[in-house]
Design a protein around this ligand. Structure first.
Ligand SMILES: C[S@@+](CC[C@H](N)C(=O)[O-])C[C@H]1O[C@@H](n2cnc3c(N)ncnc32)[C@H](O)[C@@H]1O
Length: 401
């Protein structure tokens, strides 16, 4: 990376850290210290109420979601809860701020309490920002903080995008963790257990867009974009089953990639989140990158026949094991395969699970694959065939997942 670019990124990150501190947010490197701070800052009743709201929000109605965001915008709770997202803010805030570019009017959809929107407005005082959100308390907090910061180039409006479209047009629309909240949605399955490809099925696509609400939201937002407008989108859609229909929904609205999508990893309390992709989109001729519908590169290694048995320190370990999508390629490369048994089960909605036990030149293998992009290949010496047979039975008699 060019030195000037690195310096710019560092400068943005320093400004962002100072900005987050102004919101009362803290960065934690251990869960223990975070939860200690949470206990010191919130009363037990506040913690219990928060847990209840989180539970209601997961899989609940949009009213439950609004109620959750109203609660988290309370001045006591805000710094504690949003500190959990500190590394998310660093990852997304810095990327977006450095891509505002030539846009003069920017809309931040689902801006929440405006932590990032106020940062962008501070970084770009010559541009106009509008933040919208359907949580009234979040918007009140955003307005209050913008006033404290003396910002005159940002406005916050309470508006539910599902019911009302913002009126004017924008050069840049930002939607980060705002449009596809339906994290539980399974997405759309692949054509069959032995491919990662999704059928071009209009009904399936329409159902996904309706279930997740992404269709009507994108219709409204793309109508707001000026002729050369851009959109920056970052959602929890990393799984191929949801990434593909999201990408197809964008392409159907004439939004194409103007940057290579980026997969982003950041730390949250209690987990590391693999999120994204981070999409930078534009209309018409500005497109330069093709949509990719294949699985992302994974950690599974392919085996080398000559070295399959070497390097094993644990005598109980299999000769080879791969639990990633790349297991499919490894399975396709097995030599002189001879099937011992196989079964393919199919759910009424078309989902499939395939299991096979076989003998190959490399050893005895068990291969499982389903239409949700899960793959598994295990190879052992013939003397341990019984072990794979019992795995086979376990999976075959288990519930379909
Ligand atoms: C996870 S927060 C993300 C906030 C901010 N964009 C960020 O990146 O930190 C999601 C926000 O989207 C808002 N939201 C969800 N659906 C919305 C809708 N239909 N109209 C307006 N806001 C919505 C929620 O109220 C919530 O504040």
């Amino acid at each position: 990376m060019h030195r000037d670019t690195r310096d710019e990124i560092r400068t943005t990150l320093h400004a962002l850290e100072a900005h987050l501190a102004g919101w009362g947010l803290r960065q934690f490197t251990s869960d223990e210290t975070y939860f200690q701070w949470q206990r010191e800052t919130l009363t037990p009743a506040e913690i219990t109420a928060l847990h209840r709201q989180v539970e209601q929000k997961c899989g609940g109605s949009s009213a439950d979601e609004v109620s959750f965001y109203d609660t988290t915008a309370h001045p006591n709770i805000l710094p504690v809860l949003y500190s959990q997202r500190y590394d998310y803010y660093l990852a997304i805030g810095s990327r977006v701020a450095d891509r505002i570019g030539g846009a003069r009017s920017i809309l931040d959809v689902g801006c929440g309490v405006g932590i990032l929107t106020t940062f962008y407005a501070r970084q770009h005082p010559d541009k106009t920002f509008v933040g919208i959100d359907r949580s009234t308390t979040s918007i009140a907090r955003a307005q209050e903080h913008a006033k404290v910061l003396g910002l005159t180039n940002v406005r916050f409006d309470c508006l539910d995008l599902d019911h009302t479209a913002p009126t004017r047009s924008y050069d840049l629309v930002l939607a980060t963790h705002a449009l596809v909240q339906a994290e539980q949605d399974p997405g759309i399955p692949s054509r069959s257990w032995n491919t990662f490809e999704r059928a071009s099925d209009r009904q399936q696509q329409a159902d996904f867009e309706r279930r997740t609400g992404i269709g009507p939201r994108l219709d409204r937002l793309s109508a707001l974009l000026s002729a050369k407008g851009r959109m920056i989108l970052f959602e929890k859609t990393r799984q191929l089953a949801r990434r593909v229909p999201l990408q197809r929904a964008l392409a159907a609205r004439d939004l194409g990639l103007i940057e290579q999508p980026e997969l982003i990893r950041y730390r949250l309390v209690k987990e590391i989140s693999d999120d994204g992709p981070f999409y930078v989109l534009g209309r018409g001729t500005s497109r330069r990158f093709l949509w990719d519908e294949s699985p992302e590169p994974d950690e599974g290694r392919l085996f080398d026949r000559a070295t399959l048995k070497t390097g094993l320190t644990d005598p109980d370990a299999p000769l080879y094991e791969n639990h990633w999508p790349s297991a499919q390629r490894a399975w396709e490369q097995l030599h002189d395969t001879h099937l011992l048994k196989e079964t393919t089960s199919q759910e009424p909605d078309g989902r499939q699970l395939h299991i096979e036990l076989g003998q190959a030149e490399e050893g005895v293998y068990l291969y499982c694959a389903n239409t949700w992009d899960q793959r598994q290949l295990v190879i052992v010496e013939p003397a341990r065939t019984v072990m794979l047979e019992s795995y086979y039975q376990e999976i075959a008699s288990g519930t379909f997942s």
